[in-house]
Design a protein. Sequence first.
Length: 370
Amino acid sequence: WSIEFLEILRVELEASQRHLEGKEQALKILQSMAVLDKATTHTKEVFIKSEQQKRALEKEINILQWEIKINQEKLKNIDETWAEKYDRIYCENASFKETLKMKTEEIKLLKSENQLLEQQHLEMVAMLDVKQQKLVQDNICLSKSGVTEVTSLELAVLGACACNGPEGVPCACAKMSAATRKQLLQLKQEFELMKKSKEEAYIMADAFRIAFEQQLMRRKDQAFRLAQMSKICRKETKTVKWKSSKDEKRKSLGEKLIGMLASGPESKKIEELDNPLEIIRTLTDLLNDKEEMLAHQRKVSYMLARTLEDKENALQRRKESTFSEEKLLIDGKQKEELKICNGLCICGIPAVNYNSTLIGKFYKAILLFK
């Protein structure tokens, strides 16, 4: 019985051992499954995060691609606009070159015509009488007198005169109108010069008056101070000595004034004086002299500034006049007849084709020569 009992116990022990081994295996399986579940959750979280990052990157890539497309379109439009501008400027430059060539050719033609007219002018002057030559010389002097704004009108008046004079000579009324125009312009210029000189005289008088008033005020202040100093010196004649004050280390007010105002032989004269009142008087005289010198310098500087301004204005007017003359020479050839006051001359005579008369040709030659 005991053997059988032992056998039963051994069998049960083996069975319990197998059961325990099975439980261990199951436990290992469960542990592996738990580890796998943890790993899968971690991988799932990582996958989800990676998916989110992927979506964000795709959005950013789409935005960048859209911006790149817009920039490319903008660059394309800019290139097109610049190409259009370049083409337009190139066409304008070509047209300007053509016009420049035409203008140069016109200038050459005008120069050649001017030379021919000058030659004809010399030939006609040689053919004229002494009186007519004198008249021609007078007209040339009139054109060269510097009145560039009126000479053309004067020559037009003289050339458009249709009076039946000897060999096309202008009438007396045309000459009188031209002379009155010239005299009127001269009077205007003289009036402007007188106006400027009057203004300058007023300004100079104001400057002198202001300087004189300032000098009077300073003289009054100096006289008042001298009176006060004389009173102080009378009270302290016995207690204060001027020579002992020179030996002091610190400079007094008189010495400072001497150093500021006097220089050269004047300073030696002041040092030789002993009376403080005389020194103060000499210093005030020096101060007044310096003030007068400064006023004179201000006057001279003002006059120089005005003369410089006048010269600059004259130069500017000269440049403008030369520029207008060149522009008129290039723009028009002045070949057509002058139409003055609906076909009437300034002197009241109907305008005619002055190319037909000898003196008219001469006046036209002078106009083109200008």
